[in-house]
Design a protein around this ligand. Structure first.
Ligand SMILES: [Zn+2]
Length: 265
């Protein structure tokens, strides 16, 4: 069994301020270590459940955050950004059996994390078929395109509730709850233990129950904080400026949505 892990930092236990997610700030080291510990725990849980191969995509900012030497030896780590439209799930393909999302966070516009955003902090929101889209939703669709079900999500409570509403069979560990500009966190050590155990259970059970229904059509709305960015993005082939801050794009093929986001998000 081959398992894919996509890891971000804003939904790791403790992260509350942008400085903690930024390599240039001294506080980053503490949360880089916790991100690594939570990803390592997910790898260990998957291996205990019988995974023969685990691939990890470091999917935050520079994509060079996870300390490779602290991961189990049976893992492969994808660092940096290739430029492929799959971005946070780069290298996922039909040979994988299950995907896990670690450190995922609430979507742009949600009040459930001080670090809530989708794709870029320059966006006010992304909507697909009139519903707010999170990075979790965008990457769950990408994985589904490769026929890989997302079976486990850890992150803030807001994104865990969203994962459960996507498919109640997706197992979650909520490591914190956002309150205004603050977070209420469980202990970092407890988060690691819970992720290891729940990932093991999620992989051991029938992962096919976690599959989701892909929409037949994607009506995409992207709202920018800066109107000038929307104006520019409106020139992407097939996109149009809907309002001064907002573009609209239509596609039946989800790959075209990913291609759009690669260039305008
Ligand atoms: Zn991030």
């Amino acid at each position: 069994m081959k398992v894919y892990i996509s890891a971000d930092i804003e939904g790791i236990t403790g992260t509350t301020h942008w400085d903690e997610a930024d390599k240039k700030h001294p506080e980053f080291k503490e949360f880089q270590k916790q991100m690594t510990a939570e990803v390592a725990a997910a790898c260990e849980g998957a291996l205990k459940a019988g995974a023969t191969e685990v691939w990890v995509k470091d999917a935050h900012d520079t994509a060079r955050n996870i300390i490779a030497s602290e991961l189990p030896r049976k893992t492969r780590l994808v660092r940096g950004w290739s430029g492929h439209p799959f971005v946070m799930v780069q290298e996922i393909d039909k040979t994988f059996d299950a995907a896990l999302m670690i450190g995922y966070h609430s979507r742009a516009g949600a009040g459930t994390s001080p670090l809530a955003h989708t794709a870029s902090t320059r966006l006010a929101h992304i909507k697909i078929n009139d519903c707010h889209a999170s990075e979790l939703l965008l990457k769950t669709y990408t994985a589904a395109l490769m026929n890989v079900p997302v079976v486990f999500v850890s992150g803030d409570a807001g994104i865990c509730r969203e994962a459960e509403s996507l498919n109640p069979d997706i197992m979650t560990v909520a490591v914190k709850e956002g309150v205004g500009n603050s977070t209420v966190n469980i202990h970092p050590g407890l988060a690691v233990e819970m992720i290891r155990e729940k990932v093991r259970t999620a992989i051991e059970k029938d992962v096919s129950g976690c599959r989701i229904q892909m929409p037949e059509h994607f009506s995409v709305e992207i709202r920018y904080k800066d109107h000038a960015e929307a104006y520019r993005a409106g020139f992407y082939p097939g996109a149009s400026l809907k309002e001064p801050h907002t573009i609209q794009f239509e596609a039946d093929d989800y790959f075209e949505v990913m291609r759009l986001l690669l260039f305008v998000a």
